[in-house]
Design a protein around this ligand. Structure first.
Ligand code: FDA
Length: 389
């Protein structure tokens, strides 16, 4: 029942940390309350796991301390994990924007982690609640079901509360607080946004998508946006949701490739065309129809004043949406916020005031963009802690 390290949470960060520490000769116990390890990995990337992003850089992560992730990300980068993927003979491809996916299945990444854990002689136990965690005389004692274990190092790798039906909990925050660590208010991120009031009418566009630039303040993402029956989704919206706060507006540029004067030019070329048909040349029909209706400029372009067309262009470049909320932790791909980095070493992930206590992965207040960044943080932070255990 005595180990060098006990790791709570057999997700991406916990498994990788356990494997790495085990292969460094540490006796590691990895515990999870779910019946099997790596459940989020299995459903990630549409079942193909977007396991890293080759453009990983610290500015693609949100945190109260934007510098915190630098050290771990620079010491264990996307090429390191890719080398491991290749060593396991897993075929992969780059989909878009540096996102690397398995050709076949996310199951291969879970198997990779299981094999690496086995190589490090990690004891993996699943399917029981972690009943109690105590700390005395430099040792952490953990009750898991009916059994009790102890070690001089404890790694909190239980992630954040997004997607509770997969066993996600806020356990990391409760435990961290008990050890005196602060928690930055957790919030759903990479999550669809909901529209209410007059904007709820956009629900009629459910299923329509278009490439847009979505922005919030100074942050902008050019990717697809998707209208849903509840509001807005798609990669551009998921990305911007991590930066959005209640009360702020989200700007959508529906026509990022068109330059000033394009509508006046359309009027000159075809004065008998309607605004709707001019928009249909660049946008899906249903979206063109709805936007034209809302712009409220009926009739032929030829009968519309240039000033009105310029106004319409401006609006289409920055259509202001006012989300009334998000679809919450039930639908959020990650949790932003979490255990404050202020109390952790950026080199080792160890709590500055509690020697032997580590926090890794999504539980920490470091949140990546969509596109493999969150797994890269899980690998890098897990690796950093494993070097110190
Ligand atoms: P993770 O959530 O993986 O693991 C935490 C573990 O702790 C779980 O096994 C859980 O059962 C366990 N646990 C929780 N509470 C516990 C308790 N009280 N006691 C014991 N155990 C407990 N990222 C990316 O980079 N590329 C992608 O393709 C995707 N795709 C994706 C799809 C979907 C649908 C979701 C929900 C998320 C993604 N992500 C992603 C995000 C990615 O899955 C996430 O960032 C990592 O899994 C975080 O790894 P962690 O190990 O920190 O937590």
């Amino acid at each position: 029942s005595s180990y060098d390290a006990i790791i709570l949470g057999a997700g991406a960060a916990g498994m990788f940390c356990a494997a790495t520490a085990g292969q460094r000769g540490r006796r590691v116990l990895l515990l999870d309350h779910s019946p099997e390890p790596g459940r989020k990995i299995l459903i990630s990337g549409g079942g193909r796991c977007n396991f890293t992003n080759i453009h990983t850089a610290p500015d693609r992560f949100l945190s109260q301390n934007p510098h915190f992730a630098k050290s771990a990300l620079s010491r264990y980068g996307p090429r390191d994990f890719l080398a491991l993927v290749e060593a396991h003979g897993i075929a992969w491809h780059e989909k878009t924007l540096g996102q690397l996916f398995c050709d076949r299945s996310a199951k291969q990444i879970v198997q990779l982690l299981r094999d690496e854990c086995a190589k490090g002689s990690v004891d993996l136990m699943c399917g029981q609640p972690v009943a109690d965690v105590a700390h005395a005389d430099g040792r952490f004692r953990v009750r898991f079901g009916d059994a009790a274990f102890s070690a001089p190092a404890l790694v909190i790798a239980t992630g954040g509360p997004s997607i509770p039906k997969l066993g996600a909990t806020g356990f990391a925050y409760d435990l961290a607080r008990r050890f005196g660590l602060k928690v930055v208010q957790p919030r759903p991120a990479l999550v669809p946004l909901t529209l209410g009031g007059p904007e709820a009418l956009f629900a009629t566009l459910s299923g329509v998508s278009a490439e847009v630039v979505a922005s919030c303040g100074k942050t902008a993402f050019r990717e697809a946006a998707l209208f849903t029956h509840r509001g807005l989704s798609g990669p551009a919206i998921l990305q911007i949701s991590s930066y959005w706060e209640r009360g702020r507006e989200v700007g959508i540029n529906f026509l990022p490739d068109l330059t000033e004067g394009w509508l006046r030019e359309a009027k000159r070329r075809n004065p008998r065309a309607s605004l709707r048909s001019a928009l249909s040349a660049h946008l899906p029909d249903r979206l063109a129809e709805t936007l034209a209706e809302r712009l409220g400029l009926p009739g032929d372009l030829g009968n519309l004043a240039d000033k009105a067309l310029t106004g319409a262009e401006q609006r289409l470049w920055r259509w202001a949406f006012h989300p009334d909320g998000s679809e919450g932790f039930a639908k959020a791909e990650v949790t932003a916020g979490g255990v404050s980095t202020a109390g952790l070493s950026s080199k080792t992930m160890e709590a500055k005031r509690v020697p032997g206590l580590y926090v890794v992965g999504e539980a920490v207040d470091v949140t990546g963009w969509l596109g493999g960044y969150n797994f890269q943080w899980a690998w890098a932070s897990g690796w950093a802690a494993a070097q110190s255990i």
